[in-house]
Design a protein. Structure first.
Length: 367
C-alpha cells in the first residue's frame, strides 16, 4: 500500500512513517517551504498533536485567517452594542465572541454595565429565546464561514415559516466565505506561501471545486485534510510532493467527509437565505464578495452591519492579531505574547478564541 493514501487515520504507526517520508521528500526538494493552514480546527490540532516537532528543518507551518472569531473586526462588536442600546433587545452570541474587544468595549464589558447579552450554543437557541420573550427583539451575532452559515439559514427559514414571536428574531450577519479570502491572501506579496492546507470543515460544505483557481491561476499547491495527525501529515506530504512535481493541484485527502461538490442541501439552503456581499476582515481589510448577508426577502430579520468599506477601527494596546492572521508574524513574535497577553488577560481575539493561533501557541508550545 502506498503510504500517500492511508485510509486508517487512527493507526499510530503511520505517524512515524509519514514523518519519515516528509523528511525524505523535503530533503529531495532541497529548499525551505512555508505551508499555511486556514482553519481554526487545524490550528488547534496541529499544535495539540505536536506536528511542528515532527517537521524536518526547512518546513515552516504557519497560520492564516481561519479562526472566525479572530477575523471579525472590532466595528462588528461596536455595531452589536449599538443595536443593543438602541433597540433594547437581547444580544445572543457564541461564547468565543463574548470577550473580544470592540473599539471601546467588549460584549462582556457591556453586559457588566447592564446590557442583556446571552451566550448560546446555536442560532436555534437564539430563536428559542425570541419565542420566550415576545415583547423584545433578539439578535443572533452570526459569524463564521460556510460551516456555520447553513445552520443560520435553517433557523431563518424556521422563523419565517413560524411568524408570531419568531418574527422578532434578528440576525446580524458577518458570515465570511473562504475562497475569496484565500485569493486575497495569495495575491499579497508579503504573504509568501508554498502550499495551503485547506479547511476541512468549510470544505465539507463547499467541496473542492471552489479552490481550483488557487492551483490553476496562482500556482499554489493545495490539499484538503482532516483533523487527525495522520490526516494532517498526509496533507503536508501531498503539498511537498506537489512542490517537487511543480504541478499544483487541489488534492482532497479528506474523502471520508468532503465530496467534490460539497453538501448540495446546505449550499442550497445558504443560497435561499444569503446573498454575496463585500466583507471586512480583521487583518485583511475589505475583500470583495467574501461575505454573506440576508437576502432582501428576509430583510425584516436583518440587524444592520457596519459598512464593510469603512476602515475597521484600529486595535489599540499594541495587538498584532492582523499580522498573525496574515501569517506575517508568528504569535511568539508579538511583543505582548505570554506577557501582557495570556488567556487570562487577552489583548486580542487570537488569544481569546479557542481556535486562535495565539491561544494554540500559548497552550501547547509555551510550556
Ligand atoms: S499575543 Fe495577544 S496581542 Fe499579540 S497578536 Fe496574539 S492575541 Fe494579539
Amino acid at each position: 500500500m502506498s503510504i500517500e493514501y492511508l485510509d486508517n487515520y487512527r493507526e499510530p504507526r503511520y505517524v512515524d512513517m509519514l514523518a519519515r517520508r516528509i523528511a525524505s521528500v523535503s530533503e529531495g526538494l532541497g529548499r525551505p517551504v512555508r505551508l499555511m493552514e486556514v482553519c481554526g480546527g487545524h490550528t488547534m490540532a496541529i499544535h495539540r498533536f505536536g506536528i511542528p516537532s515532527l517537521m524536518p528543518p526547512g518546513i515552516e507551518l504557519t497560520t492564516g485567517p481561519g479562526c472566525p472569531v479572530c477575523v471579525t473586526p472590532p466595528a462588528y462588536i461596536d455595531a452589536a452594542l449599538e443595536w443593543g442600546e438602541t433597540s433594547g433587545g437581547i444580544i445572543t452570541t457564541f461564547g468565543d465572541l463574548y470577550r473580544v474587544p470592540g473599539s471601546a468595549e467588549s460584549l462582556e464589558d457591556a453586559a457588566a454595565r447592564g446590557l442583556e447579552v446571552r451566550v448560546v450554543y446555536s442560532p436555534f437557541d437564539a430563536l428559542q429565546i425570541a419565542r420566550a420573550t415576545p415583547d423584545r427583539e433578539v439578535v443572533f451575532l452570526a459569524i463564521g464561514f460556510e460551516t456555520t452559515a447553513p445552520a443560520v439559514a435553517a433557523t431563518l427559514e424556521m422563523a419565517r415559516r413560524e411568524g408570531g414571536a419568531a418574527s422578532r428574531f434578528r440576525v446580524m450577519s458577518a458570515h465570511k466565505t473562504m475562497p475569496r479570502a484565500l485569493q486575497a491572501l495569495v495575491a499579497a506579496e508579503e504573504v509568501a506561501i508554498d502550499g495551503l492546507i485547506l479547511p476541512g470543515h468549510v470544505s465539507t460544505i463547499i467541496g473542492s471545486g471552489p479552490y481550483r483557481f488557487l492551483a490553476e491561476d496562482h500556482g499554489v499547491p493545495c490539499c484538503i485534510t482532516g483533523f487527525e495527525p495522520v490526516d494532517i501529515l498526509q496533507g503536508i506530504l501531498s503539498l511537498l510532493q506537489q512542490c517537487v512535481r511543480g504541478t499544483p493541484v487541489v488534492e482532497n485527502r479528506y474523502g471520508r467527509a468532503v465530496r467534490d461538490k460539497g453538501n448540495p442541501k446546505a449550499l442550497d439552503m445558504m443560497r435561499r437565505c444569503f446573498e454575496v456581499v463585500d466583507s471586512q476582515w480583521r487583518g485583511l481589510g475589505c475583500i470583495g464578495g467574501s461575505g454573506l448577508d440576508l437576502r432582501e426577502e428576509l430583510a425584516d430579520f436583518r440587524a444592520p452591519c457596519p459598512d464593510p468599506r469603512e476602515a475597521s477601527a484600529a486595535m489599540d494596546r499594541g495587538c498584532s492579531c492582523g499580522e498573525v492572521l496574515r501569517g506575517v508574524l508568528a504569535p511568539p513574535q508579538c511583543p505582548l505574547f505570554a506577557g501582557a497577553c495570556t488567556p487570562e488577560t487577552p489583548a486580542g481575539p487570537c488569544m481569546i478564541s479557542s481556535e486562535g493561533a495565539c491561544a494554540a501557541h500559548y497552550r501547547y508550545q509555551s510550556a
